[in-house]
Design a protein. Structure first.
Length: 547
């Protein structure tokens, strides 16, 4: 029992450490990384390189897939660039596995000590996250050493040898088990590192290790597929294409390995190195063979997975406002909060779609936004009526005050929806009708600004869901940053205006109005943070409480 517990805990530490590194990078450099990622897709080669570098930094190709899904849904990048990005990310995750299994474990104590000192001594968010990354890297090396130590008894265990020998003789089962494991831990990097370590210990036969590495590649595609299952067809086409290329390629290589006396000696001198080299070589081969064909592959995916016909009418919504819950005020507030989360999701969808209209105006998409706005108004009214009916059990109860806060949140969300439907959409229609185009610099600035506010919108919904005061503080800090960013972008536009660029001159009014509209949406969502901060004593009149 202790043996199983030691191996399982070491593997769990490995999975958690990989996620720790990814979380640190996302929190410290997520904004800059998203902007860089979106702007680095001018051609398929650059997109692939960008995807590989991002996967190396985030220790995950799945994280790149999630970022890609957001960009494609918002219309920031096209499907061809997105597919190239995913192929590059697969190679990047293979490089990560090879590097982490190298002799760098000797510097683990230095990484751990530096990470802890930086995390504890720094008061700023970004340096603390860098410390988190260093701690995560150190723990990856520690977990690999623990796996080696904990699995050593398996070498002399007849039962373990029998199971591993079975995997060596049944490559399809080994492949399937590995794919499921990679999906369960949501990390193909952690899975490949585990297999390579066990193979280097002599526990996994070479054939089984190679099959399980291929299975981890297939499982990595399944992770992204399930995470984007309900996404737009534009996103699902990219993810399904990646599954067909990477997953289908893994099955083909597995078949080649099942041929008797298949040559594997060129992969490396040891089973562990051979597993890692196969992982790297396989993803590099997929990238080299498929990158020139991504345009054809994406057109084929469009034919197999066409866009679903859009319905401009608003969908039916099952309200969370249960009248029977009014007899229990706390339960009624919970119902109202769930309805507000749905309301926030509707407005987020409107905001996400709005920016695509400035690239190519679509009457159907504009009608969807208008229908969503009408639905937001109906839900907001129902919510106000529902909250007004909540009564506190005694004077000391904060139920009524909490209900009042939720009413204010609903009004803020409705105001954001009005800005999107009645300001941003008409601006896009005007730009299309007058056949105007933003300058290249102006378009990039507006897109980056929209992307920044979209992340804040998602952060605000998270605050609404869990009431986390730390997230609420971050949301208020972002409000100040957005205000400063808007001022900077407005100044840059005025400089371009003085330079006399034709596109800048013709679109100046639309550019500035759009800038202010996006800023207003951010302000409306930032209002969600203030009741949370006030309730936790972190608000002093008009500013955050220190300490």
């Amino acid at each position: 029992m202790m043996f199983v517990l030691n191996v399982a805990s070491a593997a769990a530490l490995l999975v958690w450490s990989v996620r720790l590194v990814r979380t640190g990078f996302e929190r410290a450099f997520g904004a800059q990384m998203r902007v860089w990622l979106r702007h680095s897709t001018s051609n398929r080669l650059r997109a692939a390189l960008c995807g590989a570098v991002t996967a190396i930094l985030l220790q995950s190709s799945t994280a790149v897939a999630v970022l890609m899904a957001g960009f494609v849904s918002a219309g920031s990048i096209g499907g061809v660039s997105a597919l190239a990005m995913l192929l590059g990310a697969d190679l990047g995750s293979a490089i990560v596995a090879l590097v982490l299994n190298s002799g760098l474990s000797a510097i683990a104590p230095v990484l751990m000590l530096s990470g802890v000192l930086i995390f504890l001594r720094s008061g700023r968010r970004a340096p603390r996250q860098v410390g988190r990354v260093l701690i995560g890297l150190a723990l990856i090396f520690v977990s690999l050493d623990l796996i080696r130590a904990a699995s050593a008894p398996l070498v002399d265990s007849p039962g373990a040898r029998a199971v591993m020998a079975y995997f060596g003789n049944d490559l399809l089962t080994a492949f399937a088990v590995s794919a499921v494991f990679a999906w369960l831990v949501h990390s193909s990097v952690a899975a490949v590192l585990l297999y390579a370590t066990m193979a280097a210990q002599g526990i996994l036969p070479l054939e089984a290790a190679l099959a399980m590495v291929l299975g981890a590649n297939f499982g990595g595609c399944i992770i992204a597929l399930l995470l984007t299952w309900n996404a737009d067809p534009t996103v699902r086409r990219v993810v399904w294409s990646n599954l067909g290329l990477r997953g289908g390629g893994a099955l083909l290589v597995l078949y080649a390995l099942s041929v008797p006396d298949a040559p594997t000696g060129w992969l490396g001198d040891t089973a562990g190195s051979a597993a890692l080299h196969l992982h790297l070589g396989f993803n590099a081969l997929i990238l080299v063979l498929c990158l020139p064909l991504v345009g054809i592959i994406h057109r084929l995916a469009q034919a197999l997975l066409p866009d679903t016909p859009s319905d401009p009418t608003s969908p039916q919504h099952q309200s969370a406002l249960d009248p029977e819950a009014l007899a229990q005020p706390k339960r009624a507030l919970s119902c109202a909060t769930r309805e507000l989360v749905h309301l926030g999701g509707l407005v987020e969808g409107m905001f996400r779609q709005s920016m695509t209209l400035f690239g190519q105006y679509d009457e159907t998409a504009a009608a969807r936004i208008a229908a969503s706005n009408a639905q937001v108004e109906r839900i907001s009214l129902d919510l106000r009526v529902y909250l007004a009916a909540i009564r506190a059990e005694d004077d000391r109860d904060r139920i009524v005050a909490r209900a009042f806060d939720l009413v204010g949140t609903g009004v803020s969300l409705e105001a954001a929806a009005d800005v999107i439907a009645q300001a941003m959409v008409p601006l896009a229609a005007q730009k299309s009708m007058e056949k105007l185009r933003f300058s290249d610099e102006g378009r990039e600035e507006l897109t980056a600004f929209h992307d920044t506010v979209l992340r804040n919108v998602q952060l605000a919904i998270a605050v609404l869901m869990n009431g986390d005061p730390a997230l609420a503080e971050a949301l208020v800090e972002q409000k100040d940053k957005v205000r400063d960013m808007a001022s900077t972008l407005e100044a840059r536009h005025l400089v371009r205006l003085q330079q006399g660029g034709e596109d800048t001159l013709r679109t100046s009014g639309i550019h500035l109005d759009l800038l202010r509209a996006i800023k207003t949406v951010n302000g409306s969502f930032a209002m969600i943070a203030y009741p949370v901060l006030n309730e936790n004593g972190k608000l002093l009149k008009s500013r955050l409480a220190s300490g």
